[in-house]
Design a protein around this ligand. Structure first.
Ligand SMILES: [Zn+2]
Length: 254
């Protein structure tokens, strides 16, 4: 698949499903598990948490050394393709935040339940449409129930939003003409992020790369917008796929 994608969809990033990697990890290294072993935690940190390549390499080397995995071919092969699964290598990749294939697999199962091997093309699409209708119906029910159970909240000046606006702290580090750099971190901990804001084009770039990865601005960038007096999200940072209008078919970002 990787070879075909690089030929046919050369602009597309091919990542590996973290669920299947984790399952294979258990299969190949399950015998290394002991009570209180931190092997799975170290591996998970490499896959899901660590954002810097140097730190990834340090933890990976420590894990390999601690559990004598220098000669494990499967692990070595996985390391060679770390750009397809390690968070530190993927944080600027456009993944919409999806790291595993469970979503598509659950749709596959739903479609299989409606199909038979002897269906012709017309029957296939008739049954396929039934699956789609069913999904849309479920979504409608979920939305209806949500409206019944949750109070409508006016979003202006709620204590929650006031608190959120106060949660992130910042220090302005540098200012070069129209480009300002801020260090932003939550009062309750978490890593410090560097946010670069350009007054010329109102562009913002945060070191956590949430926007580049998922298409949604992070709290650090929003805090900086607030500090510099921008009180609404600039339209170029609003991906249509995440808006309420997306379900009406207007979901393609240009
Ligand atoms: Zn951020």
């Amino acid at each position: 698949m990787a070879a075909a994608l690089s030929l046919v969809m050369s602009q597309t990033f091919h990542g590996l499903c973290t669920f299947h990697i984790r399952r294979n990890f258990m299969k190949h290294l399950g015998n290394h598990y002991k009570k209180n072993s931190d092997l799975p935690y170290m591996f998970d940190a490499c896959m899901y948490e660590i954002e810097e390549v140097e730190q990834f390499n340090r933890v990976w080397e420590a894990m390999v050394k601690k559990y004598n995995l220098e000669n494990n071919e499967w692990l070595f092969g996985l390391y060679r393709i770390r750009d397809k699964w390690a968070r530190c290598m993927m944080k600027e990749r456009w993944t919409v935040g999806i790291r595993n294939t469970r979503l598509s697999e659950s749709l596959n199962v739903a479609i299989k339940n409606h199909l038979k091997l002897d269906h012709d093309l017309v029957q296939f699409f008739r049954h396929f449409n039934q699956v789609v209708d069913e999904k849309r119906h479920n979504k409608l029910i979920a939305e209806y129930e949500m409206r019944q159970k949750l109070p409508m909240v006016g979003l202006r000046q709620t204590p929650m939003l006031v608190h959120a606006s106060e949660t992130y702290g910042y220090i302005e580090i540098t200012r070069r003409r129209d480009v300002c750099e801020f260090a932003v971190m939550r009062y309750d901990g978490g890593p410090e992020r560097i946010v670069v804001f350009n007054r010329n084009d109102l562009s913002v770039c945060c070191s956590c790369k949430k926007y580049e990865n998922e298409g949604i601005l992070c709290g650090h960038a929003l805090k900086v917008f607030d500090i510099v007096g921008i009180k609404t999200i600039p339209p170029e940072y609003v991906k249509r796929r995440w808006t309420k209008r997306a379900r009406a078919g207007d979901c393609f970002d240009r």
